[in-house]
Design a protein around this ligand. Sequence first.
Ligand SMILES: Cc1cc2nc3c(=O)[nH]c(=O)nc-3n(C[C@H](O)[C@H](O)[C@H](O)COP(=O)(O)OP(=O)(O)OC[C@H]3O[C@@H](n4cnc5c(N)ncnc54)[C@H](O)[C@@H]3O)c2cc1C
Length: 448
Amino acid sequence: MNFIKEPEKKIPIIDEVDLVVVGGSCTGVFAAVRAARLGLRVAVVEKQNCFGGVATAGTVNIWHSLHDTVGERQIIGGLTQEILDRLTTRNAVLASPEPSSAFHLNTEELKIELDELVMEHEIKPYLHSFYVAPVLKEQKLDAIIIENKNGRGAIRAEQFVDATGDADLALDLQLPTFVPETLQPPTTCAKISGLNALGGFNWEQAISEHGAEFGLVPDWGWGGSIPGLPAIQFRAHTHVFGCDTSDANQLSYAEIEGRRQVRAITDLIRKYGPTDAEIVLVDLAATIGARETKRIAAGYRLTGDDVLHGRRFEDAIANGSYRVDIHHTDSPGITFRYLNGTEDVLPGSGLPSIHKRWRDPIDTDPTFYQIPWRCLLQDHIPNLVLAGRMLDADKIAFSAARVMVNMNQTGEAAGVACAIAVKQNLPIQRVDPAGIRETLAKGGSIII
Ligand SMILES: Cc1cc2nc3c(=O)[nH]c(=O)nc-3n(C[C@H](O)[C@H](O)[C@H](O)COP(=O)(O)OP(=O)(O)OC[C@H]3O[C@@H](n4cnc5c(N)ncnc54)[C@H](O)[C@@H]3O)c2cc1C
């Protein structure tokens, strides 16, 4: 590879705060809000034009249950509950009795609600702003450099949260990472009208039979309704197989291929769906949805056994009940594995699903699992916390833990931990997990 040398230049310090959160999905915003509520001056840096990440720019509008698997005990509260309450007052949430898709959100209302949350807490928003580099001083993070319409600028802080999904900041700091053997493929999501006329149309079978004509391979997909818009559905129906969206070149290809797939599927339905279906593409996600890229090797790797057996941790900072959900990477379809010992394999291609047991019955099934603080805690940089889908988890654990109601809680924990670290002038690694749990609980999180 050939190189050119970037001319050295001085970068203005555009801000000095207590905490910078890099990445403004709900994970990042919730980290910022929890820290601001504990008195920190906070900035949040987001490359899109809005906060919310996959839930807004990616248009994915489903949040899963805040209760355990049997629906008896609420296990998730905090800012997830607050945002749902705020959206409910705007008729922007549809509650579903189905725990695997408990809340359908209006993602446009969510964008504005997150704006308001940020502004109410006097958090400095940096939208359309890319994190580009870290600045280290004596083994500690001193600042990050961002780039936006004003050029490059440095933001100095005491503490930093990497909530970029792809661990952009942690990777630049050369924290140890690992890539799972296979990556769950990304999807370009869309809002489409006219699908209600399809009735019981079998999407998978239609793609299997006619997909080749439209450049589609057999696939498995899903969708859901949008509050107040009965004629329009959210759909996540195809995958861009075999690509890593944390690689810039592959990401460009994936965006173009993902959009092409959305058009292909609407064309397929127009041709082979019921004749009275008038299908209109209403909206395409501003960014392809990345399910899985690199993860950071942190203090503990959450395992599939921990999740499926509902293991309790003394340093638990999040609870979850969403099932293990693995999008197949070598064939169409998906496997759902449940804490009650059963699993469903949906092979796609219109084939019937297979329901079986993955373990023998036991007296009492677990009804939720936990994520320990150590999964977010690296031990190289004294003032950096990870939050979101870069957490340390094996393939099976990740496929359950990664959903938004869980990731939101990792953000809240990161924000609280940073606030404690600033107030007690401690390296993040020395913050007592019991104190994080206690402070989270005082602030409305459900800590078990
Ligand atoms: C297609 C698809 C469907 C899904 N379906 C569901 C579902 O129905 N329900 C559910 O709960 N979960 C679902 N998931 C999983 C879930 O959405 C993700 O695992 C979760 O959003 C990850 O949260 P995060 O905050 O770590 O990452 P993200 O939501 O990806 O947020 C990362 C944020 O960081 C920003 N960012 C990244 N790099 C930079 C940078 N260099 N500078 C500045 N900003 C940066 C991004 O723009 C983004 O806002 C789905 C995921 C996908 C892809």
